[in-house]
Design a protein around this ligand. Structure first.
Ligand code: SF4
Ligand code: SF4
Length: 853
């Protein structure tokens, strides 16, 4: 049976399939599962119909505990009910899961599995949340890819209905929930010959109903509770067969081969991995690579994790297996082994045929640590470490397996592209758009994954896009690319990005530089790499073209997207432009023709604005200048250690190489405060420039800045005399003998413009008439960067309590002469929350507890 194709991520795939079988959805948002609830809500609002011809009823609750309580109540009332969650949200549901399972109610909890916060918050993917629920009595079905989420989510629902048990239907947070793939999708009619309407009728007939009253949720004492609990054994014994029955029906329909445990690899494999989740695709890709080298290796993919069918698992193991490595994506401190490894060992003990098989147990991928083909090769080649970890350097307990240099295991013809963008600059949105254009308009497979640092915006974004004629199983980040685009010129000295290009690859740099300027700004190691590896080098002046297109200097995403299509030739240029314009019309049509036209201008300018740069022979001699992260030399020893050992490698995207011995100092998650001041990112396109002649010293600018990057400073005559040359000062009104300055940390400013927008002097009629701005946003160039020294000098000056007292701490003016203790936050540019938090620290100093949730 052929299904229609669509390009979407795992969350949308889960929501799409779940909608078909859902009467009621109880929702509460939590990353990375929120889009499942959002899609369901949106479709219900649009009137989309489920299998039963009804619109899903959405109930939004105040927490996940409330959502799971609603699921429970809704199921008891006879509605097929879904929810969507992750991490602590799932853990909040646990008490209700016991009830839902104990009462044999067929709800489905769709989970984008995510790390549970321990010493630190981590919003990324692992299995610590789902493992924490394995005792609650829900069946647990796992999918490894976006396509599998679409294919198997119905199995969870259909089996829940027939088996009369709830399911936790889970897949990897971020790696699957947010990975975009072109997939085959279900329609309601596809289930006409599969859905068990009689079972649904029975479930509804059994619901609490005044026509046949009964009592639920009674209390039981020691005399009968235990044996009542044992009475459900048979239900769990029968469930695996029901799940397999539905997998078989789906296999017959769409030509797949889903089993409770799927085997992949050599029929005579000697070393077999057992794993669950998105890592399975990477393992499959690695098996294909190793098979070409004659290695006999295999994989058992766990799909139905609970109830764990021992027989189905044993049947999947090739008789030749001598070693089984079990990969668990969690850490249970103090446990003998991790959960899946315990299951595997226990299952093997039940059959003497496997008594000589060696079982090795590994942890991988915690908090979305990338798991790569070379790490999987290391697992297959490991024979001596009985317990191991992947992807880290554990130089304390020495559990980690060494992996070599990045391997290229993707099928021939796969094109890998990586884009380095600034958070909120639109790069991610443009790439999502691109992948849909490619996926929906060519016969190519397409995959996109987006990697972020933890800054809310103004941080770094890395978009990983792959295309090819063969299915893409690479569920890991790109470290060998055919095309790299750098959307922010400041990045060339901050990240090793060009060095990830394959020989002859293409590098596109968004910058205003040409000729000698390029020679000056590019570090020696980048120039040498481009020369040595015959890189095709192009530049584009996105800021200038943004202004020309009418989009403005920071709206470069469409321009860069257009340049990408031109340079890669994935789709013929004319066709690509036509498709991009159609997409822009669809996205911005409601905002008016003017906005659409500006986007179209940007598309045209992006395609024509790329400039090829001939790489001069002199670049062959480029010297390694290192990355632009000055070591911390000031501050406390604790601050210096943290900045130099952790913050700098993390900021430069080299954090994966930090060994356990270094992070051990911060085992409990405590780190020194005040270290954001060392980052000095310099990523803003434009920064404010102060004009003392028209300033009225109201200090609204420093009051509203979300990042404490603009400050009001009072100086004594002596301090004014010692100030750096050319630092602009004026007399402080009302305080004879004092000078005043507004200073800007250009390297910390995120260019939101809030200060310039609020400045009342900008709006004074005489200034407006004369075209004078007291605070004017200007492009951050070298000259402005050099003015950082004024800020650096000013913030070191002694506090002036007498100035605060004069104007009053309870006034905007007085408060802004106080040192803020929340500086250079990673919040979104223009955040409305951090100015208040910053102000509280100015009002109450450092004698308070502060929790920003
Ligand atoms: S532009 Fe925004 S971040 Fe920069 S100084 Fe002004 S308010 Fe602060
Ligand atoms: S908001 Fe404008 S007028 Fe007020 S202190 Fe800042 S620069 Fe001066």
């Amino acid at each position: 049976m052929a299904r229609s194709k669509k390009t979407m991520d795992g969350n949308e795939a889960a929501a799409h399939a779940a909608y078909i079988f859902t009467d009621t959805a109880a929702i509460y948002p939590i990353t990375p599962s929120s889009p499942m609830a959002e899609h369901t809500d949106e479709w219900a609002t649009q009137g989309r119909k489920n299998y039963f011809g009804k619109t899903v009823k959405i109930v939004e609750m105040e927490s996940e505990a409330g959502a799971s309580g609603t699921v429970h109540g809704s199921l008891v009332a006879g509605a097929l009910t879904s929810t969507y969650t992750a991490s602590q949200g799932l853990l909040l549901m646990i008490p209700n899961l016991y009830k839902i399972a104990g009462e044999r109610l067929p709800g489905v909890i769709n989970v984008a599995a995510r790390c549970v916060a321990s010493h630190a918050l981590n919003i990324f993917g692992d299995h610590s949340d789902v493992y924490a629920c394995r005792q609650a009595g829900c069946a647990m079905l796992c999918e490894s890819s976006v396509q599998e989420v679409m294919d198997l989510t119905p199995v969870a629902y259909l089996s829940a209905i027939k088996g009369r048990l709830p399911f936790i239907n889970f897949f990897d947070g971020f790696r699957t929930s947010h990975e975009i793939q072109k997939i085959d999708i279900w329609s309601n009619e596809d289930f006409d010959d599969i859905i068990d309407l009689k079972a649904i009728e029975e479930f509804k007939a059994n619901a609490l109903n005044p026509n046949h009253p009964c009592e639920m949720g009674s209390a039981q004492n020691p005399d009968i509770f235990f044996q009542s609990r044992e009475s459900c054994n048979v239900v769990y014994d029968e469930l695996p067969a029901i799940v397999q029955e539905y997998m078989d029906k789906i296999n017959a329909k769409i030509g797949t081969d889903y089993k409770l445990f799927n085997y992949y690899g050599a029929a005579d494999a000697t070393h077999v991995i057992v794993a669950m989740g998105s890592v399975n695709d990477t393992i499959e890709e690695t098996i294909d690579y190793l098979a070409e080298k004659g290695e006999k290796v295999g994989l058992i993919k766990v799909r139905l994790y609970r109830p764990f069918s021992v027989q189905a698992f044993l049947d999947a193991i090739p008789a030749t297996a001598k070693t089984i490595s079990v990969l668990d994506r969690t850490k249970e401190p103090g446990s003998i082994d991790e959960p899946l490894a315990l299951d595997v060992k226990s299952a093997l003990m039940s059959d003497p045929k496997f008594k000589d098989v060696t079982v090795l147990c590994g942890r991988y991928g915690l908090g979305s640590k990338d798991t790569t083909p070379e790490q999987i090769v290391a697992v297959y080649h490991n024979t001596d470490k009985k317990k191991f970890t992947l992807g880290i350097n554990d130089d304390v307990t020495h559990l980690s397996l060494d992996a070599g240099a990045p391997l290229v295991t993707t099928p021939e013809g796969t094109v890998c592209c990586k884009f380095w963008g600034l958070g909120a600059d639109g790069t991610v949105g443009a790439n999502k758009n691109s992948i849909k254009i490619i996926g929906d308009n060519t016969d190519m497979y397409a995959q996109a994954y987006f990697d972020y640092d933890s800054k809310k915006s103004g941080g770094i974004t890395m978009s990983h896009l792959r295309f090819g004629k063969k299915a893409i199983k690479s569920t890991y980040l790109i470290h060998k690319a055919n095309f790299v685009a750098c959307h922010n010129a400041a990045y060339v000295r901050k990240y090793n990005m060009v060095q990830e290009l394959v020989d002859g690859g293409t590098f596109l740099l968004n910058c205003p530089w040409t000729g000698e300027e390029l020679d000056k700004h590019l570090p020696g190691q980048v120039k040498k790499y481009m020369y040595d590896h015959k890189i095709k080098f192009y530049t584009i002046n996105g800021t200038k073209l943004g202004i020309e297109s009418g989009m403005g200097p920071t709206r470069i995403n469409t321009i860069l997207q257009s340049a990408f299509f031109k340079l890669t030739g994935i789709i013929p240029e004319e066709k690509a432009i036509e498709l991009m314009k159609a997409a822009a019309k669809k996205t911005y049509g409601l905002k008016g023709d003017d906005v659409v036209q500006k986007n179209w201008n940007a598309i045209d300018l992006g395609a024509t604005g790329v400039v090829e740069v001939a790489i001069p022979d002199s670049w062959a001699n480029g010297k390694d200048e290192g990355l632009d992260y000055p070591a911390a030399t000031k501050g406390s020893q604790a601050q210096k250690d943290f900045v130099n050992n952790i913050q700098i490698p993390v900021s430069s995207q080299e954090g994966n190489g930090i060994p356990v011995s270094v992070v051990k100092t911060y085992m409990t998650g405590d780190t020194p405060s005040g270290t954001a001041a060392y980052e000095k990112r310099g990523v803003s396109v434009a920064v404010p420039v102060w004009n003392p002649d028209t300033c009225i010293e109201c200090q609204q600018c420093s009051y509203v800045c979300p990042h404490a990057a603009i400050r009001s400073i009072a100086l004594t005559e002596e301090e004014a005399k010692n100030a750096p040359a050319d630092m602009q000062l004026k007399d402080l009104t009302g305080m004879p003998g004092y000078k005043f300055a507004i200073v800007v940390s250009q390297m910390d400013c995120l260019g939101c413009g809030s200060c310039a927008n609020v400045c009342p002097a900008n709006k004074a009629p005489k200034n407006v008439e004369a075209g004078i701005k007291t605070l004017a946003m200007q492009t951050l160039d070298d000259e402005l960067k050099a003015q950082q020294k004024y800020f650096d000098y000013a913030v070191e000056l002694d506090p002036k309590q007498e100035v605060v007292d004069k104007f009053g701490l309870d006034t905007v003016k007085g408060s802004q002469f106080k040192q803020p203790y929340l500086e250079f936050s990673g919040a979104c540019a223009g955040c409305g929350e951090t100015p208040y938090a910053k102000l509280i620290t100015q009002l109450y100093g450092d004698r308070m507890y502060f929790n920003l949730g």
